[in-house]
Design a protein around this ligand. Sequence first.
Ligand SMILES: Cc1cc2nc3c(=O)[nH]c(=O)nc-3n(C[C@H](O)[C@H](O)[C@H](O)COP(=O)(O)OP(=O)(O)OC[C@H]3O[C@@H](n4cnc5c(N)ncnc54)[C@H](O)[C@@H]3O)c2cc1C
Length: 452
Amino acid sequence: MADSIQMPVIGEYFCDVLVVGAGVAGFSAAVCSARRGADVLLVDKNGCIGGTATTGLVGPFMSVMDPTGEYPVVKGFLEEFVGRMAKKNGARLPADCHGGDSWSAYRKPGHIGVVPFDPECFKFTAEEVCKEAGVKILYHLLLVGTEVSSDGTVKKAFFATKKGIVSISAKVFVDTSGDADLSALSGVKILFGDEEGRTQVSSLFFLVDRVNKEELDAYMEKHPQETDRASRFFISIIDKCKKEGTFPCGRHVFSAFESLNDIWRINMTQYDDQIDFNDPEQVTKAEIECRTQIPVLIDWLKKYVPGFENVRLLQSSEMLGVRESRRIEGEYYLTVEDVLKGRDFTDTVAVIGDSIDVHGKNQSVYVTRTAPTQIPYRCLLPKNLSNLIVAGRCLSADQEAHSAARVMPPCFATGQAAGTAAAIAVKKGINLKEVDISELRNALREDGVFLG
Ligand SMILES: Cc1cc2nc3c(=O)[nH]c(=O)nc-3n(C[C@H](O)[C@H](O)[C@H](O)COP(=O)(O)OP(=O)(O)OC[C@H]3O[C@@H](n4cnc5c(N)ncnc54)[C@H](O)[C@@H]3O)c2cc1C
């Protein structure tokens, strides 16, 4: 077996801002940067925008509201995008999702103002929005390397394609790969898991239809105890099955969200073992294990959950749903105390309302609170590089703080902040650490972002 192979560099691209990873964070970063004048290239290894939101079948957007569910905190680009999908019947507005209903899987705490959306509508609307903003898109590029100069400037990123290697030079690099791939390859210090190096468990979503909603609603109305605590949802059925030994496998919780067009998203599979998310052998094993659980769970749903007697499997996700993998060590490290106390920062660039939500192997931690969480700009900036910024689920935070910031509305919000900062840096010819915070915050406010 050869130890190394030579591959030709078959293409070279140049841009102001290179966004690596077209999940919700990368999509938001790319559009917000291009709208502020930058020449933006958005790349992904997949063939569509959305990452976990589309290819991963995960939803709804959870939640855009403050922790008490009284007012929206994640606005800006997400609000606009949801409005646009809603006009095509591809999303339901948060004001129409009151919590405790089928859109929120009958949960109330932390689930008021969620946004159910159609992943197909997401894909084509996102491409439309990119086109209008002038974002260039290149799919089927897998990041495999970077070139970094000794002064801490990233010069190029290298991508594998079926034809060979492609190199892309940029003034600013945005890491929205979810797994902090660009940062790790560029020598940024990486954080992983809790004190023992354990990350949250992974799951694989699947979609079903033919749910009898009236029957389920009626059952929920008669059994309010099923929803009294978000972490012990549907507990009487689960407890009964556990006692009988009839609960099959997966997450030990019943979690079904009604989505649009009578489709329900089921989040019940679980892979317990700790894995290296960049090792194809381990990820494949997890995907196959989770997919094996699906027919077993469908049989269980049919037998035990009112309204699910006739459900039909429509689709399983083609990628493992990764709640948490690598995070960067940034200029600031958001902590669980910051989240619980709702701490104010002078460089806040995103405000989020999501709960602390750590899914462990045997039990989960779910903590709602009253004040929203502020995310400082410094959480997006790695310590040792001047022209790289992250957004989405690889930001700098401890595991519990990360668990609140990892959901999609916060990823949209940090994406908007990173893209806007990148455009300012390019326009002024400065590095990301020199960006004037008041200018950045004013630009975000101009674009509809709520900063508290
Ligand atoms: C099981 C599960 C349930 C969840 N439930 C909810 C929920 O109900 N509501 C909610 O709001 N959030 C939920 N989340 C969280 C949320 O979906 C994700 O954290 C969020 O979508 C992450 O967005 P992102 O843009 O940071 O990353 P991702 O969605 O991971 O996107 C990263 C993108 O980068 C690309 N990429 C990665 N590496 C490379 C590379 N080397 N080269 C090129 N491209 C690359 C990927 O293809 C992908 O498109 C859930 C997550 C999971 C896993």
